[in-house]
Ligand binder design. Structure first.
Ligand SMILES: Nc1nc2c(c(=O)[nH]1)N[C@H]1C(S)=C(S)[C@@H](COP(=O)(O)O)O[C@H]1N2
Ligand SMILES: [Mo]
Length: 299
């Protein structure tokens, strides 16, 4: 697949794993990354260092494999990720059961270093490889009248210890408004650090919406549905008082049980100061999607 670099961070922001940086520079054909940054973060610019692959693959939320942070790394080896197909249905021109490779054929894998902020107030910086969701949606052909995209995670009860325990109503489901889904920051990730996604990170393909709380970024997707109705979402179904449909990162709106003003960076060490959480997790370019909406009202 073709490869193109774009990234919201400048070179000064990034001190990635050395090999990753070198390969990116060679691919980009430039000595630095800043010159080709696409999405500026302006005032939000801060010193960000991507988490290690070890951190990204051993501290996870994936309740189908247990509720502890290390449970997914321990249990997700049982997930069967090949063959993998994705059902595309609803208001699309080309519905069908797509083999994953067919769905992604001809589309460009991008490298994106994104902040990732869980609603539980921990965060990471993750160097994803993924495809813009808009590219996939344009390929299957969104019909006029579609307003939302719904996503569903695979259910393999025999391989998923947490599904057997029914801690959530599985399959895990999520959704976006169509304009959120089409935003260039929204990707379907297939890798991290140029390695295929680890099972516990949502192999073989998962959503990443960097300005929303992490639970919107649904893992191991087997179904994408275009609809004109706001789709149900797992955490909203489980606890509507605490988790809304939009769930944009917002430091001024606290969770009913804790503050969202600051976050703990995973791997920062025991004595590291908590960091302030920026509005939209540091992606102010999405603000125009919510013009006229009361941002405090749809937590
Ligand atoms: N299917 C599924 N997707 C999921 C979850 C889950 O439990 N099941 N957890 C969500 C939550 S709460 C977060 S914070 C992120 C965690 O992604 P990571 O483990 O790759 O950091 O995945 C999200 N996607
Ligand atoms: Mo989360």
């Amino acid at each position: 697949m073709a490869h193109r670099w774009n990234n919201d961070l400048t070179r000064a922001d990034v001190t990635p794993k050395a090999a990753f940086l070198n390969r990116r520079q060679i691919l980009a054909g430039t000595a630095g990354l800043g010159a080709i940054g696409l999405v500026g973060t302006g005032a939000q610019a801060q010193t960000l260092e991507p988490n290690t692959l070890e951190e990204i693959t051993t501290y996870n939320n994936y309740y189908e494999f247990g509720t502890g942070k290390t449970d997914p790394a321990q249990n997700a080896g049982a997930l069967v990720t090949s063959p993998w197909s994705v059902k595309v249905d609803g208001m699309v021109d080309n519905p069908g059961d797509y083999a994953l490779d067919d769905l992604l054929a001809g589309l460009t894998v991008e490298d994106r270093i994104y902040r990732f902020r869980c609603v539980e107030a921990w965060s990471m910086v993750i160097p994803w490889n993924g495809i813009e969701l808009a590219d996939i949606l344009n390929k299957v052909g969104v019909q006029a009248g579609a307003k939302y995209v719904a996503f569903e995670t695979v259910v393999q009860p025999e391989n998923m210890i947490g599904v057997r325990r029914r801690v959530l109503d599985f399959p895990y489901v999520e959704g976006l408004r169509l304009d959120e889904a089409m935003h260039p920051l929204t990707i379907m990730a297939t890798g991290v650090y140029d390695e295929p996604l680890a099972n516990q990170c949502g192999a073989p393909i998962r959503l990443v919406v960097p300005w929303k709380y992490g639970f919107k970024s649904i893992k191991s997707i087997v179904r994408i549905t275009l609809t004109d109705q706001e789709p149900p979402t797992s955490w909203n179904k489980a606890n509507p008082r605490e988790y809304g449909f939009y769930s944009n990162v917002n430091p001024t709106v606290d969770h009913p049980r804790w503050s969202q003003a600051t976050e703990r960076k995973v791997g920062g060490g025991l004595f590291a100061a908590r960091q302030p959480t920026p509005m939209f997790n540091g992606y102010p370019e999405v603000a125009s999607l919510y013009e006229g909406m009361d941002l405090t009202a749809f937590y």
